[in-house]
Design a binder for this molecule. Structure first.
Ligand code: FPP
Length: 249
């Protein structure tokens, strides 16, 4: 049982999700409401991410996987793509030092080798700097797509069968999970217990389709830049009230 304070009221949480996936949606609309360019929303979204990460880390969450850029996002206007690709560079200078102090470890999933060199370098530096930390893993999904992930796993499995390193009869759910991009996460925390999506959209959008088979979902109309500590705690409260049965009674 975890007790914490929210606006001078005590909140009790029976259980805390170990792995949370977040679809950080609504940055563009948040900026538009303020008559600002969309990229202004992405900047504000980074502040929200920092606050949520530090809060999650404090309450014992082990992994936070955040959907920062999907394989479909390349179709956005060039200027916006360029801006988003530059966020990791800013992230490294402005946010990583505080995360590092809080024992947060940074990792990533996605077809990250296809990212611009500067973006990739900033991420690699963040990963390297925080490599020895043993606290929360902040796992960035960048140029990630769930179907692409499964396709690539199937291809690698087929190759291993062809090379006679694997028998088709040995292909189990556990084995498949080892070929997915989340295989670098601690074994017990590979699958999200809770998936949060902000901004009122009610879909998964190709985010962790295999790993979310038994996840609880939390949808809120709050736009991502406004999703700060209080909103995050609301999601934890809701999760704490859910009963997870994994198909049993
Ligand atoms: C979705 O809002 C948000 C994104 C596509 C980008 C999210 C990125 C961050 C919050 C920063 C991540 C940080 C790093 C270091 C990569 P949207 O643009 O789809 O909003 P809309 O639906 O209102 O248009």
């Amino acid at each position: 049982m975890l007790r914490l304070k929210l606006k001078s009221k005590e909140v009790k949480l029976e259980k805390i999700p170990k792995h949370i996936g977040i679809i950080m949606d609504g940055n563009g609309r948040w900026a538009k409401k303020r008559l600002k360019p969309r990229v202004f929303g992405h900047k504000a979204g980074m502040d929200a991410l920092q606050e949520v990460t530090l809060t999650a880390s404090k309450y014992g969450v082990k992994v936070l996987t955040v959907y920062a850029f999907s394989t479909e996002n390349w179709a956005r206007p060039q200027d916006e793509v360029k801006f988003i690709m530059n966020l990791p560079v800013e992230f490294f200078d402005k946010y990583v030092p505080e995360l590092n102090k809080n024992n947060v470890r940074i990792q990533m999933i996605g077809e990250t080798h296809r990212l611009p060199a500067e973006t990739l370098n900033a991420l690699k530096r963040a990963i390297e700097t925080t490599r020895k930390n043993s606290g929360l893993v902040l796992n960035f999904a960048l140029n990630y797509g769930g179907r692409a992930e499964i396709t690539s796993a199937v291809r690698m499995i087929a190759q291993d069968v062809l090379d006679a390193n694997l028998n088709p009869g040995d292909i189990t759910e556990e084995l498949i999970a080892n070929y997915l991009m989340t295989d670098h996460l601690p074994y017990l925390y590979r699958n999200p217990d809770l998936i949060i999506r902000t901004s009122g959209e009610l879909r998964l959008s190709n985010f962790l389709p295999w790993q979310s088979a038994y996840s609880e979902f939390y949808f809120t109309s709050v736009l991502w830049p406004d999703f700060k500590r209080a909103e995050f705690i609301k999601a934890l409260e809701e999760y704490s009230r859910r009963q997870r049965r994994f198909g049993k009674v």
